[in-house]
Write a protein that binds this ligand. Structure first.
Ligand SMILES: C[S@@+](CC[C@H](N)C(=O)[O-])C[C@H]1O[C@@H](n2cnc3c(N)ncnc32)[C@H](O)[C@@H]1O
Length: 306
């Protein structure tokens, strides 16, 4: 299944695109937002489309083969300004980041993103990166694992799960998604499991959800990429240009909110909406990923002094 873009109309509309504009899509993924952007900027426009995942780039290639105005690059958006340099593009009218992972990545068991699919415990968006989730799980100290689970997963049982991993890996390395899920499940507190007649009364989500989120964020250094990506692309956004970000959990959204507010307070930007935009019930019904999506956008009003 191809990735279904979230908040498609809202995200593209809030960029206020016109024919001929230059746009950076830092997370091209399945190309859904990019195709909609292309409709708005037309053949006189320019779309610089990036993804750190080479498979996403290969999947997008046929989509854009009839669009000479698209430059497709395998790159981390934290280095987007370097790609603009490479293309001799001084500045952009709009930037969109739809962060996190795609359904294409989640559904491929060989990538190790899903606790529902047995596969290698990998989670690298860019397979050229050196560290896999299995490396963190087997090599980090119990304390460091606990910190990752607490900070990136906001996991209440971080210490308990880190300790369980420490015990389990002393017996056998934890190599697969299934190995990790079994360790987490074996360490669940009784109060969460419940009794036979009232099974898992407190569990609204899979017990490994937050652990997988935390490891994915750590493996891909996602939060630093987001904050660095925003600060480094900002000087390359034209005055009057817009930046839109779709975030999928509170840690990402906090970074975006704080950065946008800082630009607004410095007199460099205005917020397009005071509160983030979320998906309509109809979209959530047809795409559960939309449930947690938050869209924020700013318009650059003045050049900064950096
Ligand atoms: C939610 S999907 C984007 C979907 C896309 N907007 C669409 O319409 O199909 C997120 C994508 O961003 C990519 N990604 C995440 N962090 C990235 C980063 N720092 N640099 C470049 N790409 C990144 C992932 O590899 C994934 O393909």
């Amino acid at each position: 299944m191809r990735h279904k873009p979230v908040l498609l109309t809202e995200a593209v509309q809030c960029l206020a695109l016109r024919p001929g504009m230059v746009v950076v899509d830092g997370t091209v993924g399945g190309g859904g937002h990019a195709l909609e952007i292309l409709k708005a900027i037309g053949s006189a426009g320019r779309l610089v489309a990036l993804d750190r995942d080479p498979e996403a780039i290969e999947r997008c290639r046929p989509l854009f083969q009839n669009y000479p105005q698209v430059s497709l690059h395998q790159a981390n958006f934290r280095n987007a300004e370097k790609i603009l340099d490479l293309l001799n593009i001084p500045s952009a009218d709009a930037v969109i980041l739809d962060v996190g992972f795609s359904s294409d990545q989640l559904e491929d068991e060989n990538r190790g993103f899903s606790f529902d699919r047995e596969g290698p415990l990998d989670m690298r968006m860019d397979p050229g990166d050196p560290v896999r989730a299995r490396d963190l799980v087997n090599d980090l100290s119990q304390e460091d694992l606990e910190k990752i689970f607490r900070e990136y997963g906001e996991e209440r049982w971080s210490k308990r799960f880190a300790r369980a991993i420490e015990y389990a890996r002393a017996e056998h390395p934890i190599e697969t998604t299934g190995d990790l899920v079994r360790v987490i499940q074996s360490a669940l507190p009784r109060s969460l499991i419940g009794t036979k007649s009232k099974r898992m009364p407190m569990l609204r989500r899979h017990p490994a959800t937050r652990i997988f989120q935390a490891l994915r964020i750590a493996v891909n250094d996602e939060l630093n990429a987001l904050s660095e990506g925003l600060t480094r692309i900002w000087p390359r956004v034209k005055v009057g240009g817009r930046v839109a970000v779709i975030a999928f959990h509170s840690l990402e959204d906090r970074i975006v909110k704080n950065q946008f507010r800082a630009w607004a307070q410095a007199g460099e930007a205005t917020l397009i909406f005071r509160k983030p935009l979320t998906a309509q019930p109809e979209e959530i019904e047809s795409n559960t990923r939309a449930r947690s999506a938050k869209l924020r956008a700013v318009e650059k009003t003045h050049e900064g002094h950096r």
